[in-house]
Design a protein around this ligand. Structure first.
Ligand code: SAH
Ligand code: F3S
Length: 441
C-alpha cells in the first residue's frame, strides 16, 4: 500500500528547496505519495525556521495541532526538520513527545532510514549532524517542467552577523561542485524549466572549479546562461561585502540575468552595521549600487531591514531612511530585531522600547510601500516581457507572470499553453504589489 506524506514549510526559499527534495527522496525510496490533507497522512513533516522568535513559536503550535491527529491515528509519524530542529535537537521531543523524528538541513537525505528505523523499533530518531554536502549524493533531480526552479549552489554561512542564527543552524559554508550544479540545471532545462534561481545564504561567496580553474558565482551564471532553454537567471541572497567586480560586469554580458537583485543592507547607520558585523559601511553599499546601475540602468534593488537593533538611536534609524530614499528600493522585507540564542547581539544592551521599535518599523514600511507603488505606476502604459508562471491563485481566469525586474503581472487568459513562455504584456493598471495588463499581440 502506498504511504502518504504531508510537508509543511516555514521560512526561506532554501527551506522550500529542501522540502521539494524531501518529497522526491521519499517518493523514490519509499513510494510515498503526497497527501491532500494532514488527516490522511502516514508521515507529517514540518520544515522549520528559527530566524526570529515568532517563527520558532509557530513550530510548537503546529506540533500541538498535529498531536491531536496522531491521537486518532497512532501509526502516524511526525518529523521535524530545518533550523529549529538543528538548534533544539532532542529538546523538541522532550517538549513535544508526539514527535518521532528530528533531522537537520544537512541530514534530510537520511529521512527514509530514520522513518524505517522508527517504524521498526519505535525508538525516536534524531540526526542533526552536518555531513558536508552528503545529501546531494542522495538526491536525484525530479524536474517537473515548472517554469522556474530553485537550485542550491552553496550551503551554510560563515559570516556570523551578530544577530543571526543561520551559521549555527545550517553549518559552515560549503559550495557544491560546478559539475553537480550544471547537471541539475541541465536536467531541469530538459524538462522545460526556463528560469533558474540559484540559492544560498551567501551565494556570492560561491567557490567552484571549472576546467581546473577557480570559478566564482559570475562564472557559474555564465555557464548557466549557455544551457539550452534557460532564459532567465536569478540568485539569492547576496552579501554586499562579497559582491565582486566580475559579478557586476556579468550584468553587461549575460542578458538572461534578471534586472533585480536582493542585496540586504539591514541598516543605514555605520555604527549599527559595525555592531551587526556586516563588514561594509553605507558609502561602500551605495557605491556598489551605483556600479551595478552603471551597467544596468533599470536595475531594481530589494533589501532586508532590521529595525530596533540593540541601542539603535533615532539618528541611526534616520540613516536607514536616508539609504532607502537614496537607493529607492523596490519590494523589501523588514523586521523588528529579535534576540536569538547563542548570538553575540543577544547580549548587547537594548534600551529602545518596543513601542518605539514598532513605530520605526511602520514609518519604514510605509516609505518602502510608497516607493514600490511608485515603481508599479511607472510601468503603466509600457510593454513588459514576462515569464508566465501559471494561473493566478485568486482568479483562475487570469495567468500570472513576472517582469524582468521581478514585478508580478496578472492578465486575463485561459490559455494554459502560455505557462513557461516569455511573452509581451501591455500594462494597464498598477496595484501596490502587482501589475495588471493584457496580452500584446
Ligand atoms: N543570508 C542573508 C540573510 C538570511 S536571514 C543575508 O546575507 O542577508 C534573512 C533575513 O532575516 C536577514 O537578512 C535579516 O534581515 C533577518 N534577520 C536575521 N536574523 C534576525 C534577527 N535576529 N532579528 C530580526 N531579523 C533577522
Ligand atoms: Fe545570517 Fe549574515 Fe549569514 S544574515 S545567513 S550570518 S550573511
Amino acid at each position: 500500500m502506498t504511504k502518504k506524506l504531508f510537508i509543511k514549510t516555514h521560512g526561506c526559499q532554501m527551506n522550500e528547496y529542501d522540502s521539494a527534495k524531501m518529497f522526491d527522496l521519499l517518493e523514490e525510496k519509499e513510494s510515498f505519495e503526497l497527501a491532500e490533507t494532514e488527516e490522511e497522512a502516514d508521515l507529517l513533516i514540518l520544515n522549520t525556521c528559527s530566524i526570529r522568535e515568532k517563527a520558532q513559536e509557530k513550530v510548537f503550535h503546529q506540533i500541538g495541532r498535529w498531536r491531536k491527529i496522531k491521537e486518532k491515528n497512532p501509526n502516524l509519524k511526525i518529523a521535524i526538520g530545518g533550523c529549529v530542529a538543528s538548534q533544539e535537537g532532542e529538546n523538541i521531543i522532550k517538549r513535544a513527545p508526539a514527535v518521532d523524528i528530528v533531522f537537520g538541513p544537512q541530514t534530510l537525505h537520511k529521512l527514509p532510514d530514520l522513518y524505517n528505523e522508527k517504524s521498526k523499533t519505535d525508538i525516536n530518531q534524531i540526526d542533526i549532524s552536518f555531513p558536508k554536502l552528503e545529501k546531494f549524493n542522495h538526491l536525484s533531480v525530479h524536474g517537473t517542467g515548472e517554469p522556474s526552479a530553485f537550485v542550491s549552489i552553496i550551503e551554510g554561512c560563515n559570516k556570523y552577523c551578530s544577530f543571526c542564527v543561520v551559521p549555527k543552524t545550517r553549518g559552515h559554508e560549503v559550495s557544491r561542485t560546478i559539475e553537480d550544479i550544471i547537471n541539475e540545471i541541465s536536467a531541469l532545462a530538459d524538462k522545460g524549466t526556463k528560469e533558474i534561481h540559484l540559492l544560498g545564504q551567501n551565494v556570492n561567496n560561491f567557490k567552484g572549479t571549472y576546467k581546473g580553474e577557480k570559478s566564482s558565482l559570475a562564472k557559474l551564471i555564465e555557464l548557466t546562461s549557455k544551457i539550452e532553454n534557460i532564459e532567465r537567471i536569478r540568485y539569492t541572497t547576496s552579501h554586499p561585502h562579497e559582491f565582486k567586480d566580475d559579478l557586476v560586469e556579468i550584468y553587461d554580458s549575460v542578458p538572461e540575468l534578471v534586472s533585480h537583485v536582493h542585496l540586504p543592507v539591514q541598516s543605514g547607520s555605520d555604527r549599527i552595521l559595525k555592531l551587526m558585523r556586516r563588514r561594509y559601511n553605507v558609502e561602500k553599499y551605495l557605491d556598489l549600487v551605483q556600479r551595478i546601475r552603471n551597467v544596468r540602468p533599470d536595475m531594481s534593488f530589494s533589501s532586508d531591514f532590521i529595525v530596533g537593533f540593540p541601542g539603535e538611536t533615532k539618528d541611526d534609524f534616520m540613516g536607514t531612511m536616508d539609504v532607502i530614499n537614496e537607493v529607492r528600493f523596490d519590494e523589501s522585507f523588514s523586521f523588528i530585531y529579535s534576540p536569538r540564542p547563542n548570538t553575540t547581539a543577544s547580549d548587547m544592551p537594548d534600551d529602545v522600547s518596543n513601542e518605539e521599535k514598532k513605530e520605526r518599523l511602520s514609518i519604514l514600511q510605509n516609505r518602502l510601500s510608497q516607493l514600490s507603488f511608485g515603481y508599479s505606476r511607472k510601468k503603466v502604459g509600457t510593454i513588459q516581457n514576462c515569464l508566465i508562471y501559471g494561473q493566478s491563485k485568486r482568479d483562475p481566469g487570469q495567468l500570472q507572470g513576472r517582469t524582468i525586474c521581478n514585478r508580478v503581472v496578472n492578465f486575463p487568459s485561459n490559455n494554459i499553453d502560455l505557462v513557461g513562455q516569455l511573452i509581451n504584456i501591455k500594462i494597464n493598471e498598477a496595484l501596490p504589489n502587482c501589475l495588471r495588463g493584457n496580452l500584446q499581440n
